[in-house]
Design a protein around this ligand. Structure first.
Ligand code: GTP
Ligand code: MG
Length: 310
């Protein structure tokens, strides 16, 4: 592994500034934009391009064979949701190195699934987990440690350990939320984090950027945020799980009058998107929507005392 200090155009002072700004690995620099690096290290365009180019040379960013990708995807580990039916439509569970988004109306179980996987990510692989820790970014103040205790106990996992393996942060603004993701980049490897949850990814953006005039700016910022989350999941080999509210669309008369907040930007950027709706007798229906490699199937699950179940 090449260190940042060894790159062309990087002296100790620049290395220091880059690290302070969150560029803690060569790979991280290789996927950065010149503008960001210029700002982070207080250097000119020419140097920034040089740094990024040598970072790209140093990290393997060339083509690879489809067979190699297949081999790697076979080894992709997933976090079980505790509902085999839901796991099945997701191709086995919540995927690492990708972003899974669930969206739906209030009370459809978005936060409950988030709690469930925050427990399950800690379980050993044989039990549907990744044996890792969890970062939980809570924007709506709906994280409940009591629920973690209930779900861990039901899974036969020590509840105190479960609580100690979840780093919770309450985000107050969208900028704060984005900063927390930068922090997560630093923490992930050191702490052995395997899952990052943001519940909800869009709420703060929606409050801060309201009205038609602010839409473009909001979309741009959400797009950047999702880009960072992709980088995080790829570079640190972890799963990102986002919840998203649906927005009422009075102009839509046919079909479902609700669309997820963030619309387009999120739609094309997330790996798996799951639409949740309430159904009869306290059950919930999850539908996988526009997934690049899986059919758009539905699954029924329920929210029980013990957690998410078929
Ligand atoms: P918003 O955040 O408001 O958009 O909703 P959400 O989609 O996050 O809903 P959430 O995951 O909070 O689901 C709420 C539902 O979960 C409730 O209506 C309950 O049916 C169920 N629920 C929550 N806690 C418990 C619990 O301790 N036991 C049981 N049996 N059900 C619970
Ligand atoms: Mg919720």
């Amino acid at each position: 592994m090449v260190e940042i200090e060894e790159l062309d155009g990087v002296g100790p002072a620049i290395a220091e500034k880059l690290k302070e700004a969150g560029y803690d690995s060569v790979m991280n620099l290789a996927v950065a934009t010149a503008g960001d690096v210029m700002e982070a290290a207080d250097i000119g365009m020419k140097t920034a391009v040089k740094v990024i180019t040598s970072a790209r040379d140093a990290s393997k960013m060339d083509y690879e064979l489809a067979s190699e990708i297949l081999e790697r995807r076979k080894n992709l580990v997933r976090i079980s949701t505790s509902s085999p039916a839901l796991d099945k439509i997701l191709g086995g569970g919540i995927e690492t190195r990708g972003i899974t988004e669930v969206f739906g109306e209030f009370g459809t179980g978005k936060s409950q699934i988030a709690h469930q996987i925050a427990v399950n990510a800690q379980l050993p692989v044989e039990q549907g987990g990744l044996g890792g820790k969890v970062i939980y970014i809570d924007t709506e103040n709906t994280f409940r440690p009591e629920r973690i205790v209930q779900m861990a106990t039901a899974a036969g996992f020590d509840p105190n350990t479960a609580l100690d393996n979840i780093f919770v942060a309450r985000a107050h603004t969208s900028d704060h939320q984005m900063l927390l993701v930068t922090r997560a980049m630093d923490m992930a490897e050191r702490e052995g984090v395997k899952l990052l949850v943001i519940d909800s990814v869009s709420a703060l953006f929606r409050i801060e950027y309201c009205g038609r005039g602010a839409l473009a700016e909001r979309q741009q910022k959400i797009g950047r945020h999702i880009g960072e989350l992709h980088k995080l999941s790829e570079l640190k080999d972890l799963a990102v799980f986002l919840t998203n509210q649906v927005q009422s669309r009075p102009d839509v008369f046919f079909g479902d009058p609700t669309v997820p907040v963030g619309g387009h930007v999120l739609a094309h950027a997330t790996t798996a998107r799951v639409y949740l709706r309430k159904s009869k007798a306290n059950t919930r229906v999850a539908k996988l929507v526009d997934h690049p490699g899986l059919p758009p199937e539905s699954a029924t699950f329920q929210i029980t005392e013990a957690g998410i179940r078929d």
